[in-house]
Ligand binder design. Structure first.
Ligand code: SF4
Length: 314
């Protein structure tokens, strides 16, 4: 079986169902270096747009993958901030010629002030921009933006994007205990949400996977409920552990490469890997254990669950 370099999963998502991941960046290339990032610390901290991964390479793989499987969504996420790839708009246009599966882009919002980034996103069906902080000091504490990015510019870009975009917008706010969840931060976020047009919903999240920095932890369910009541609009709490359903049902053979490729972009529990790849847990357990034994994967604890991560990302 030919290996995929830019397409992984599908990953099971409560919001999107079985979502095929598309990764259009070298590992951990991002304009942010979030303290909660499940991929660890940023390696290439940049706000420069470039065709980091070629459009044709991504579209070739997608064509092959979509001939094998029909996911519920195709989502851009993975190794960093997808809007850094200058070919994103052309890749989305190429997908639209292949399939009617909805295209979703998860973005940290930091580059939406650039008109070419807003243009590149225009043909997507759903955009999930994040906004974890609107106070400069808090932004530094939680997202650690690269030099040249400031809080005000980022928020104005997000406002402009929400004003222009014709698809669905799911705003995500991730809160980490003691980092960006103070009452004054929540008040500032509340005002900022009020200033954004066309939001279908606001999704509140917290730290549920192993974070980049060990001192970062989850906000309690009660606190999230209280914050939910304070924020305007349709606010949902999406923080949850995937893998609670106990895996998929398929009996196909899953290769070690498929497991490694999924876990590299999306640290997961055993059940989460099995659900995403739609296979029974027991069919992947020996391969995962072998990968841990060989030092390819490591097992990390987070909020009482064991997550598998790649020890040496490519
Ligand atoms: S969480 Fe997203 S935006 Fe933050 S550093 Fe990781 S990849 Fe970048």
């Amino acid at each position: 079986m030919q290996r995929y370099k830019h397409v992984y999963g599908p990953v099971l998502s409560r919001r999107l169902g079985r979502s095929l991941g598309v990764d259009i960046l070298p590992f951990k290339t991002c304009s942010y270096d979030c303290v909660y990032c499940l991929l660890g610390r940023t390696k290439t901290h940049t706000m420069e747009l470039a065709e980091y991964v070629s459009r044709d390479a991504v579209l070739d793989e997608l064509e092959r993958k979509l001939a094998e499987d029909r996911p519920d969504a195709i989502s851009f996420a993975g190794s960093g901030e997808p809007t850094l790839n200058s070919a994103l708009g052309e890749i989305i246009a190429g997908i639209k010629k292949m399939t009617d599966v909805p295209v979703v882009v998860f973005t940290n919002s930091s580059l939406l002030w650039k008109p070419e980034v807003r243009d590149n996103l225009a043909q997507a069906d759903i955009i999930s921009p994040s906004m974890d902080a609107v106070v400069a000091q808090t932004l530094q504490r939680v997202n650690r933006p690269c030099e040249g990015l400031d809080c005000e510019t980022i928020y104005r870009g997000l406002q402009q994007f929400c004003h222009e975009f014709r698809g669905r917008i799911w705003l995500e706010i991730l809160l980490a205990a003691g980092i960006n969840d103070s009452q004054s931060d929540i008040e500032a976020l509340t005002k900022a949400v009020q200033g954004l047009e066309n939001l279908e919903c606001v999704q509140l999240n917290t730290v549920v996977r192993p974070p980049a920095e060990k001192y970062v932890g989850a906000v309690s369910r009660e606190r999230l409920e209280a914050i939910r009541a304070q924020l305007p609009g349709n606010v949902q709490i999406i923080a949850s552990f995937f893998g609670d359903k106990g895996g998929g049902h398929g009996k196909k053979t899953v290769t070690a490469d498929e497991i490694r490729d999924l876990v590299e972009r999306h640290p997961s529990t055993l059940e989460g890997i099995a659900e995403g790849l739609d296979v029974e847990v027991e069919r992947i357990r020996p391969t995962v254990e072998q990968l841990v034994g060989d030092g390819v994967l490591a097992a990390n604890e987070c909020e009482g669950k064991t997550f598998y991560v790649v020890t040496n990302p490519s």
